[in-house]
Design a protein around this ligand. Structure first.
Ligand code: BES
Ligand code: MN
Ligand code: ZN
Length: 507
């Protein structure tokens, strides 16, 4: 999708589809309080073109509600699309992101290849809680996110992608500031989609080796230092926990290391991004039931989020050093596979009793965390589709977050205001750590039925040691089961934006 920021007069834009956002300014409650949808543009011609339909009461400006007008009077555009943002007081930047996605996803199935979206203006609606810079960035992100569809292997696939997306800002806007925000939005939206395209690939099309190749290719394109290792290096580093997962597969593992080293930055923090890259999780010898097992191709979503975040970091160039470690492997049952009861020695020297071979994510991450520390990381963040239990705890609404350090977590929490992603911090503590003590070795890889997301995090905490660390369990949010007006079902790309903003907060 090509994207462009324009400062044209809205009524003069020749386009297939002109989209304009609307909010409901009704504040009264009760039976007589009819919605009062109002367009977020000061352009009189656009307001006039929609006046009759707004007066009709047919369109209420509910979030992502749409209404299409053909041949709008007084406009050069062929069509005018109204997109709702909801109540004025509840209108948010995230609402703008979604509304832009909704406009793109309205266009796609109708074969409309080009659209222009008016940047919402608060001028006609004083008190609207939106700034134009954040809205511009969010709108272009939302447009890219909306343009993505997962049907890449359909032989009768029609490419319904929008060819050109134009964001239209008023001519008297702060053009330099908007251009910068817009450019950021393009990078972030494309990076999130890069992550989604990786997560979407099935296990046979994206083995650990191929994931490594894709990451390496991207690194070259954006100027990151990328090194992709396999079995030999994993043995050399004594990554016994990582290898124990990989040993049951014919597919060799990949240890993906990406480094971002901005010129002139020689001190300050080194941020370590660690991702779970299980390209398919059968469960291993503790094999999973057949129902829904096909979904386990997305068990590399945490690693893909880190790779996408690194792409955005390389292009946005924050002044902080970042190292990314993704541990990619396939978890398979086999004559060579590890067995429940086996004891493995992790890179850190800690011994792990394997209770369940399906708790493999924490094994590969254990060595990933140790390696990131060895590479100099002063702060760690990991992302993983780690447990089904996190979805039981938080539903498919919030992802889980954990940390061993309050100030580090506070920076992450602050980053969520920009990323507009939902993460909810869950507790850690000695009583939980008790649950993963092993009789034969240092720790075991499962902690029993209750608090499964927490005992998994406690396991990782052992390997973060004294380094400030955040763990993101995205199992519940990395895959979307139903289409939404603004995003297709399939891989969500969750965590890319939040990790990126957390990194930028160390600049
Ligand atoms: N990859 C799964 C977790 C998962 C479940 C991700 C559902 C996405 C959707 C992970 O490797 C796993 O199997 N976890 C087990 C842990 C258990 C054996 C302690 C789980 O959650 O059941
Ligand atoms: Mn598993
Ligand atoms: Zn897994």
């Amino acid at each position: 999708m090509d994207s462009e920021l324009s400062f044209a007069n809205a009524s003069e834009i020749k386009t297939e589809l002109l989209a304009v956002l609307a909010t409901d300014i009704q504040t009264a409650k009760g039976a007589d309080a009819k919605p009062q949808p109002t367009l977020l543009t000061a352009n009189e011609a656009v307001r006039n073109a929609a006046a009759a339909v707004l007066a009709s009461g047919e369109f209420k400006a509910c979030p992502n509600e749409t209404l299409l007008l053909h041949a709008p009077a007084g406009l050069a555009a062929k069509r005018l699309l109204l997109v709702g943002l909801g109540k004025k007081t509840k209108s948010t930047v995230h609402g703008v992101r979604n509304a832009a996605g909704t406009a793109v996803r309205f266009a796609k199935p109708r074969g409309i290849k080009e659209l222009a979206l008016l940047l919402p203006e608060s001028a006609p609606e004083p008190g609207l809680p939106l700034t134009s810079e954040l809205s511009a960035r969010a709108a272009v992100e939302g447009a890219f996110v909306g343009d993505f569809d997962p049907d890449t292997y359909r032989s009768d696939r029609k490419d319904l992608s929008v060819r050109s997306f134009t964001l239209v800002a008023p001519a008297d806007a702060d053009q330099a500031a908007l251009r910068a925000s817009f450019a950021e939005g393009v990078i972030v939206g494309e990076s999130q989609n890069f992550t989604r395209s990786l997560v979407n690939e099935p296990g046979n099309k994206l083995t650990p080796t191929l994931l490594g190749q894709r990451a390496g290719q991207m690194a070259e394109e954006v100027g990151l230092n990328g090194e992709i290792f396999s079995t030999d290096k994993i043995h050399e580093l004594k990554m016994g926990a990582f290898w124990s997962v990989s040993q049951g597969s014919e597919e060799p593992p990949a240890l993906i290391v990406l480094r971002y080293e901005p010129a002139g930055v020689t001190d300050g923090p080194i941020l370590g991004l660690v991702g779970k890259g299980i390209t398919f999780d059968t469960g291993g010898i503790s094999i999973k039931p057949a129902d829904n097992m096909e979904k386990m191709k997305y068990d590399m979503a945490g690693g893909a989020a880190m790779i996408g975040a690194m792409r955005a970091i390389a292009l946005l160039k924050p002044r902080v050093r970042v190292v990314c470690v993704v541990c990619a492997a396939e978890n398979m049952p086999d004559g060579k596979a590890q067995k429940p009861g086996d004891v493995q020695t992790a890179m850190s020297g800690k011994t792990i009793e394997i209770i369940n071979t399906d708790a493999e994510g924490r094994l590969v991450l254990a060595d990933g965390l140790t390696y990131a520390r060895q590479l100099g990381a002063t702060h760690l963040i990991d992302a993983a589709t780690l447990t089904g239990a996190v979805g039981v705890a938080l539903g498919m609404i919030n992802a889980g977050a954990f940390s061993n350090d309050d100030p580090t977590f506070e920076k992450f929490n602050a980053a969520l205001a920009t990323s507009c992603e939902k993460f909810w911090r869950l507790p850690l503590g000695d009583e939980y750590a008790e649950m993963i003590k092993s009789d034969i070795g240092d720790i075991k890889n499962t902690g029993g039925r209750y608090g499964g997301a927490i005992t998994a995090a406690e396991f990782l905490k052992v390997f973060a040691e004294d380094t400030p660390w955040i763990h993101l369990d995205i199992a519940g949010l990395a895959w979307i089961d139903e289409n939404k007006p603004f995003i297709a079902k399939g891989p969500s790309g969750v965590a890319v934006r939040s990790i990126l903003e957390w990194v930028r907060s160390y600049e």
